[in-house]
Design a protein around this ligand. Sequence first.
Ligand code: ADP
Ligand code: MG
Length: 400
Amino acid sequence: MANFKTLDDLPQDLTGQVGLVRVDLNLPMQDGRASDVTRVEAVKPTILELADRGAKVLLLAHFGRPGGERHSTMSTSVVQGDLERVLGREVMFVSEVGGPVVRQSLGIFRPGDIGLLDNVRFWPGEEANDRAFAQTIAENADFYVNDAFSAAHRAHASTEALAHLLPAYAGRAMEAELRALDAALGNPERPVAAVVGGAKVSTKLDVLQHLVARVQHLVIGGGMANTFLAARGVAVGKSLCEHDLATTANRIMDEADHAGCTVHLPYDVVVAKEFAPNPPSLRTVNVHEVASDEMILDVGPQAVEALGDVLKTCRTLVWNGPLGAFETPPFDAATVALARTAAALTQDGSLTSVAGGGDTVAALAHADVTQDFTYISTAGGAFLEWMEGRELPGVAALMR
Ligand code: ADP
Ligand code: MG
């Protein structure tokens, strides 16, 4: 495991010390209220732990894309109420991120008080990763905690520069995420299976490329499977398919072959002539029997059962992308079935299961396995970049 400091490396008693905590408060809003507070729940343990250890806690976050200018609608004060509700504590709003206003506010803070700084993207220095700007934030604090893995793929002042200006620590959510990702791909127990699905190969080329050299089983599902099947000469009818990527798909399969990675493509599929809930034209067929006016919309039941057997031989699973068009029944069947197999194996203790991706999180919630996987990342872009094997600046800055 790469080396990073956690809250355990801070003195137990933090009375009066000022801790800057980078959090993700970019909550989805509806009628002036957050429609989902998962991101606040995620950072709650770090915030309360630091406050309870006596620190003065300053929360630093972005909200929307104000482009380096103040926009009152994008002030972090919009989520102050949601924050207070989830934390169960009073949160004081501070309309700046650095300088004398923050200094004066800190003067009236007591140990354990929590402050919310304004949207760090109001200042152009944030996205420019400007060191002088970061210094104006750092000078009011004693230490820096990053608890926003979801923002770690960006080299911004609040995710990168600050980590070099103050003693830097991973918060509890960041710590859990890094450990889970390490267990899934960094330093996994073998054999490792990867499930990659979703709509298109073109959005996940780098992911596939990175995985073939690292996993023993690569399961390809979703619309992407059609591109691979077509590359092998299978007629996929009207399916979503990137025919121009045939060469790329074949190259990836060759690379997998050389690396000793078995690629699993479906051999039965669920097809329909129209994309609608429970369409009358619904059929389950062998991949070689897809008619020219049909679309492949899910992996078939026999293939799913075989994939379940593959997972039974594996110790680690990393999953990104649904196996079918899961939003529309019955094309959720394969995703739900394989997710439940993975969940059961995880609960039995034979499998470490890590998943991530916007639609994947929704699909696994739909399968009702969110609690049963080892870890489900809600980080979106950062999760995908990590699956591509890229170094995340916000994580790298913590590794010293
Ligand atoms: P994630 O957000 O988890 O990374 P993607 O965005 O890559 O996942 O892909 C999810 C989308 O892929 C879903 O909207 C799903 O309906 C679609 N999809 C999966 N299988 C198919 C298919 N066979 N045909 C068309 N769309 C599909
Ligand atoms: Mg998506």
